[in-house]
Design a binder for this molecule. Structure first.
Ligand code: PEP
Ligand code: MG
Length: 578
């Protein structure tokens, strides 16, 4: 087999060597795993259990939705779904596919669904033809059940499997946290897309924007993914393989060395203490943050609690998630960002609330959505406040553009506090409230925001997107996405200076905070608090420990005064050569 290389954007560093697993284009992106002969029976059991669960789910729905005043169509619609679920073409055929193809249940079911949908499409009667959407809905219910449970294969899956997909949503990728994949490849995607961010949090190499990897790579082909150098080698020859195995070994040694820094405080050579916080998506990520010595949680992207599930998390469910993290950090700060849904993180089931916007990144996203739906916002605010009793919780508001939004949010927080007081529920009355600086307007008018807030956190991912008008998840414009653009540097530098002058803490929690080559630049701008993926914490700590602010500041001052990209790059090289 011919060997060839593909280039993309490495969004998570490191080297992985493994076999390709192609992700299907089915309604839901479904992974395809091989199942060892000895585990076929367990996989069939897993499928049967999911069927049984959906059966009782439909029965429960039937019981609750077919009361006297419920429309008669509900009952009929549920009956159709029940019949589809119990038809042997859906309840039996996938078992045969699992056994014959030795594949996972999700894959077998999706294959069978595609066969059925094709058959429905041949039907002339338009009413019956439309029933194909019922088949898809029933299959989705079963898939959700299957994906909600680590399967026999998923849990013990081959650690040397590399997922190759055309595109993955952030919600898809977060599901893979349960599986042990060695790396990810996607045809689409940008460096700071949420898909890339979540892939990074899986702590495996990932390359996006490969354009046609999904088409060119075949199932089970041997791949080398070098996330650091943005390259994928398909069917490597022996000498290349040996070279990469050596490099992999060297990286392991590097990582082991960094481990020794876990408990060391991050002080610069001139003795200035730097806080290195972690970004997390789900409560389970806490462990990773602690293992890597995070001195706080700088960004808990709470919206991930809302994805991949039926309905919305209740106040109690949210409270449990926040309490777990607050208590686990044992008095260290835990910054919970109120949910930032919209743009690339969409939630089904919010009905008309989150309509398809003509331009979702500029639409009803994050705090805008929350203020439009105060009931949902209040539920989350109460949950966060309740958790504040168990640790040092801070509230962070995303996508702030103007003081009006801050004022409205503060009113709602006060309202949530009143309700808890009335109910006698304990919370930290002094819980700090901060705002994300991720819209240029907020960076330029930061003074008035800081006057109302306790702290700020710069979301460079969005700040760059909105400053340069470059969609962060569109690989067609990813070459224009530039953290070093003079305008971006002015907005970041200006925000840090304004906060320092006002005596209000400010952090950077976008991906720039975890970029080794930009650490000294941010330190030189006066930044003292960085929040990043846990996997980057120790590398950045090492960089802080070898930085002397006195040497860095004059170079950074020159960078900030310049409008010339070539000069800015030259000064950056100087900084990193110190
Ligand atoms: C950012 O925009 O930089 C940020 C940290 O938030 P998110 O990446 O979740 O949009
Ligand atoms: Mg953002």
């Amino acid at each position: 087999m011919a060997s060839f290389a593909l280039h993309g954007i490495g969004v998570s560093g490191g080297i992985a060597i493994g076999r390709a697993q192609l992700v299907s284009h089915a309604t839901l992106e479904v992974a395809h795993y091989a199942i060892p002969a000895g585990k076929i029976e367990a996989e069939v059991d897993r499928f049967e259990m999911a069927l049984r669960e959906v059966q009782s789910e439909l029965e429960d729905l039937h019981a609750t939705m077919t009361g006297e005043d419920a429309p008669a169509e509900f009952g009929a619609f549920l009956d159709v779904h029940w019949m589809i679920l119990n038809d042997p073409t859906l309840s039996e055929a996938p078992k045969r596919i699992i056994a014959e193809q030795r594949c996972n249940a999700e894959w077998a079911l999706t294959q069978q669904m595609e066969v059925l949908v094709e058959q429905f499409e041949q039907i002339e009667d338009p009413y019956l033809r439309e029933r194909k959407s019922d088949v898809v809905q029933v299959v989705e219910r079963v898939l959700k059940r299957l994906l909600g449970k680590p399967g026999a294969i998923a849990a013990g899956s081959e650690p040397h499997t590399i997922l190759v997909a055309h595109d993955l949503s952030p919600a898809d990728v977060i599901q893979f946290k349960r599986h042990r994949f060695a790396a990810f490849l996607t045809d689409l995607g940008g460096v700071t897309s949420h898909t890339a961010i979540v892939a990074r949090s899986l702590n495996v190499p990932a390359v996006v924007a490969t354009h046609n990897a999904r088409q060119l790579i075949r199932e089970n082909e041997l791949l080398i993914v070098d996330g650091t150098h943005h390259v994928v080698i398909v069917n490597p020859d022996k000498s290349v393989l040996t070279e990469y195995r050596l490099k992999q070994g060297e990286l392991e040694i590097e990582r082991a060395k960094l481990k020794r820094l876990t408990t060391k405080p991050a002080d610069t050579i001139d003795g200035v203490r730097i806080e290195l916080h972690a970004n997390i998506e789900l409560p389970d990520d806490l462990e990773h943050a602690l293992e890597n010595g995070a001195s706080g949680i700088g960004l808990f992207r709470s919206e991930f609690l809302f994805l991949n599930r039926d309905g919305l998390p209740t106040e109690d469910e949210q409270f449990e998630a926040y309490r777990h993290v607050a208590a686990g950090m044992k008095g260290k700060p835990v910054t919970i960002r109120t949910f930032d849904l919209g743009a690339d993180k969409t939630k089904e089931g919010l009905g008309g609330l989150m309509r398809v916007a003509p331009n979702p990144a500029l639409g009803l996203r994050a705090v805008r959505f929350c203020l439009a739906e105060p009931r949902l916002f209040l539920t989350q605010l109460r949950a966060i406040l309740r958790a504040s009793h168990y640790g040092r919780v801070r509230i962070l508001i995303p996508m702030i553009a103007s003081v009006g939004e801050v004022d409205q949010t503060l009113l709602l927080i006060a309202q949530a506090k009143d309700t808890l007081r009335e109910q006698g529920v304990p919370f930290d009355a002094g819980v700090e409230v901060g705002g994300m600086i991720e819209i240029p307007a907020a960076a330029l008018a930061i003074g008035a925001l800081l006057a109302r807030l306790d702290f700020a956190s710069i979301g460079t991912n969005d700040l760059i997107q909105y400053t340069l008008a470059v969609d962060r998840s569109d690989d067609a414009v990813s070459h224009l996405y530039d953290p070093l653009h003079p305008a971006v540097l002015k907005l970041i530098g200006g925000s840090i200076a304004a906060a320092n002058k006002a005596g209000k803490p400010i952090a950077v929690c976008g991906e720039m905070a975890g970029e080794l080559l930009l650490t000294r630049l941010l330190l030189g701008m006066g930044l003292r608090n960085f929040s990043m993926h846990p996997a980057h914490l120790l590398g950045i700590k090492q960089r802080v420990l070898t930085t002397e602010l006195a040497a860095v500041v004059p170079i950074v001052d020159r960078m900030r005064r310049s409008d010339d990209p070539a000069r800015i790059n030259a000064q950056l090289d100087k900084l990193n050569a110190l």
